[in-house]
Ligand binder design. Structure first.
Ligand code: ADP
Ligand code: MG
Length: 614
């Protein structure tokens, strides 16, 4: 096979590439290093799996978690790709067998944990193997400024250096700030890499922050609305995991638990219970989930606030990998900040004192706290953290979905515009914050220094919240009554504002109701997404057939001892229950049906679909 499109359909069953995939594949095939930032669920794996299948020799994939390698390799094998992994979970015999396959050129993709790179044996038995490409998945692990730094990742550069000729190196991550990005490039010694950032937005995720009086009640309300859906509940500590797990089990929920205090066997079993759809909820610390590929997770609830936005976005991002609508809910109270402060300051006790790093972590915690505090669009807040611009309102988060009412803001608008006029008369332009401060009658040092407390508009909106003034100002800007200009910083100037003072003219805008603290308000938004979700999933899908297909998939998965999504993802079954293919040709046109699966499962699925039709 020589062509990326052919491999895409033949091995993975997909008809077209997703944004960014082709660019990375082309770069790597052209021999360039790559650094790809793509959100969870964007399809990073294909970006290196396809080149690996096309290049001559064996690609090495460095991936941090042993438990996941097996699933990834199984999924590849089920699609007819020659893949293998090496880690401590293999028996002596399996290990020898894998080594033999490598040495006889029967492995195209070798997954390996970073801890094993320095292993002398490895160097020996890959000595004669051609290695065109080394892939570093979850590459942010290389940087101590990120959220899950791993010392073993620092060995990667040395390993790459030892390979002659130097292979192409491709690094992938879902979350990286500028600092982490720079570290990846430097610490992996990437050479003039092709860099791509497809943006962090995950439009199918709904974000919500709740500040409930009682978290447990709030949690039950959330779960009650999401019965039978798969979800993860993250807690900050092992103790909290145990407590919530007990509570759920006592109330009859099918829940599993996961944290570093459990022994390996139980942890593995609990994780599998969740991945194999035997339990629909897992209560876990952040030890759970790195690289988890389970695609049908419908909600992620944070019972405690995480330490920083990167962790939050990565953990929440485990919902909705299949592209279906999914909910990310954070239950917040002030206690969360204190727990995290404690965890951050304490963890430094056993390491070398590193004041800079600790201060950095406390700063990141502060940023996380701002996320829970604001009234502005949550998605915009998250994306801005990663340096990405987005619209003022996404319409799919709890802040955006708060009830809106059409409100007459004529008087406020006049006062705001007047204030900008008065400043202009004094030959000055200022940014929004200063204008808001003047209108609200601030007595700050700066205001007094400029003498703005003598302006006629000083304090004329003293009873209005800064947030509301900002919203109205944004509205006036978007409707051209005011404009922004870039001075040293963005300033607000007069736009087309004449008729704002016309007696007849009324200025109406949609404004969110000011936040009530009762949880009722929050419920509304949750109900909204549920309604939306049903709309999406019911579009053209024969739900009865979908359920039957799921049953069949489960039978196959049990027989083959693989997670259900490795047989077919929910998205594939949904398309089948829409299009109802009754011939092999029609079946192979379903997105996600490759040639191996067509041959293996085509007939039995078609039989079921035919039977269902009669
Ligand atoms: P990431 O590693 O970026 O989080 P994955 O590589 O695990 O994401 O892919 C997420 C899901 O998207 C998988 O189920 C994968 O099969 C699917 N996928 C990837 N590329 C495509 C594509 N071009 N068309 C349809 N589905 C795709
Ligand atoms: Mg991945």
């Amino acid at each position: 096979m020589t062509d990326k499109h052919a491999v895409l359909k033949e091995k993975f069953g997909y008809l077209s590439f997703r944004p960014g995939q082709e660019d990375v594949i082309d770069a790597v095939l052209a021999g360039k290093d790559a650094l790809a930032l793509m959100p969870t669920g964007a399809g990073k794996s294909l970006c290196y799996q396809i080149p690996a299948l096309l290049l001559d020799g064996m690609t090495i994939v460095i991936s941090p978690l042993i438990s996941l390698m097996k699933d990834q390799v199984t999924a590849l094998q089920k699609s007819g790709c020659e893949a293998a992994f090496l880690n401590s979970s293999l028996s002596g015999r399996e290990y020898a067998d894998t080594v033999n396959r490598i040495q006889t050129g029967r492995v195209k993709l070798l997954y390996i944990a970073p801890e094993r790179l320095q292993n002398a044996n490895l160097a020996q038995f890959i000595e004669k193997t051609r290695l065109p490409l080394v892939v570093v998945d979850e590459a942010h692990c290389v940087s101590q400024w990120g959220h899950d730094f791993r010392t073993s990742y620092l060995q990667i550069a040395g390993f790459i250096k030892s390979i002659k000729p130097r292979p192409v190196v491709a690094a992938f991550t879902a979350t990286a700030t500028v600092k982490v990005r720079e570290d990846i490039q430097k610490l992996l010694a990437l050479r003039n890499p092709f860099a791509i950032n497809t943006g962090f937005d995950r439009p199918n995720l709904y974000f919500e922050v709740q500040k409930p009086g009682d978290k447990k009640t709030a949690l039950f309300e959330c779960l009650e609305k999401r019965k039978n859906l798969n979800g993860i509940i993250y807690c900050a500590t092992r103790k909290a995991v145990e407590e919530i797990y007990d509570l759920l089990v006592r109330h009859g929920y099918e829940a599993a638990r996961y944290h570093a205090g459990l022994d390996d066997n139980e942890r593995k079993k609990n994780q599998d219970d969740f991945i194999y759809d035997r339990k629909n909820i897992i209560v876990a610390t952040n030890a759970f989930g790195m690289g988890i590929d389970k695609s049908n997770v419908s909600f992620v609830i944070h019972y405690n606030m995480p330490k920083n936005i990167e962790s939050y976005y990565q953990e929440a991002g485990r919902a909705g990998r299949d592209g279906a609508p999914a909910d990310c809910i954070l239950l917040y109270n002030g206690q969360d900040v204190r727990i995290n402060q404690y965890l951050i300051t304490r963890s430094e006790d056993d390491e070398e004192a590193n004041d800079d790093l600790q201060a950095h972590k406390l700063e990141l915690l502060k940023q996380m706290t701002f996320y829970t505090a604001g009234n502005d669009c949550l998605r915009r807040h998250l994306l801005a953290y990663f340096g990405e611009q987005s619209p003022v309102s996404c319409g799919n988060c709890s802040n955006c979905l708060k009830e809106f009412r059409e409100i007459d803001v004529t008087q406020e608008a006049q006062k705001i515009v007047s204030c900008v006029y008065r400043l202009k008369e004094r030959g000055r332009n200022f940014g929004k914050t200063m204008i808001i401060d003047i209108l609200r009658g601030s007595k700050s040092e700066k205001i007094r220094r400029f003498g703005f407390d003598t302006l006629s508009t000083w304090g004329v909106l003293s009873g209005t919240s800064a947030h509301r003034i900002r919203l109205i100002m944004d509205f006036l800007i978007s409707d051209n009554y005011l404009r922004t200009e870039d001075d040293e910083y963005p300033v607000v100037v007069i736009g087309n504002s004449k008729d704002i003072f016309n007696e007849e003219k009324r200025i109406l805008m949609m404004l969110p109701e000011e936040r009530k603290s009762s949880p009722k308000n929050m419920d509304l938004s949750a109900v909204n997404t549920i309604a939306k979700k049903e709309k999406v999933s019911s579009a053209g899908v024969d739900t009865a057939l979908f359920e039957e297909l799921r049953k069949l998939r489960k039978e196959i998965a049990v027989k083959e001892a693989v997670p259900a999504y490795i047989v077919f993802s929910d998205a594939v079954l949904r398309e089948m229950s829409c299009k109802k293919p009754v011939s092999l040709v029609q079946f192979s046109a379903i997105n996600g049906v490759g040639s191996v699966k067509l041959e293996k499962y085509g007939e039995i699925f078609i039989d079921l679909i035919k039977k269902h039709a009669t």
